[in-house]
Write a protein that binds this ligand. Structure first.
Ligand code: CMP
Length: 139
């Protein structure tokens, strides 16, 4: 089925002017950008977005990193969008990412790993609603 997922192009990628390069890989993987905006996340926004990781040892560094520069938040649409996006992103740690994936190509480290993508349909809906009003999404 055609579904939606949520994506973030992270500060390490925007800093290196890779917004287009990353988006091209998403599009070539069969995903369509149906909403997109470049934002400076506030600390409160980043903490809320990653609340599920609050107790993890890397949480504070993760929040610092996500507010260190602009990000591009996107809604992606396509056949089985969550899985399709996870496949093209590659493993969280770029050392484990397969050839041809965004993280293999561009990620600098497990933290500065260039992209975020929702890990389930349910989280996709929550994450999309966290950043977008329905009228900002144009399929
Ligand atoms: P993301 O998909 O955005 O979700 C949580 C993020 O935490 C993850 O990608 C990584 O970039 C970041 N992170 C930093 N350190 C770790 C770690 N040790 N294990 C998992 N994720 C980490």
């Amino acid at each position: 089925a055609v579904t939606r997922t949520f994506s973030i192009i992270k500060p390490d990628a925007t800093r290196r002017n890779l917004t287009g390069a990353v988006t091209k890989m998403l599009e070539e993987a069969g995903l369509r950008v149906v909403a997109s905006k470049r934002i400076q996340m506030s600390r409160e926004q980043a903490e809320g977005f990653y609340a599920v990781h609050k107790e993890r040892p890397f949480f504070n560094d993760l929040v610092d990193f996500m507010v260190s520069g602009p990000v591009v938040v996107q809604v992606l649409e396509g056949e089985d969008a969550v899985k399709r996006n996870r496949d093209v992103m590659g493993a969280t740690n770029p050392e484990n990412a397969d050839a041809g994936t965004i993280r293999k190509e561009y990620a600098e480290s497990i933290e500065a790993n260039s992209v975020h993508g929702s890990d389930s349909e349910e989280n996709a809906a929550t994450e999309i609603a966290y950043f977008f009003d329905e009228d900002e999404i144009v399929g």
